[in-house]
Design a protein. Sequence first.
Length: 72
Amino acid sequence: MGLKKSEHIGRIVVDPRDSNVVFVAAQGPLWGPGGDRGLYKSADSGKTWKSVLTISENTGVNDVIIDPSNPT
């Protein structure tokens, strides 16, 4: 759902306190610039996404980890 230009996803993490909150580490296209790259957050189970970390059109995010004892 969504992030159609990401092409490659490193990890998907669901907030242990609220399953509607989802984080996605999007790598983007492997051999060229552009696409949906970075760390994205959804508060509505993936219906809409907000970029919370963007580095550049050439740099994606490979991993994301949530501390279960302190998800914020």
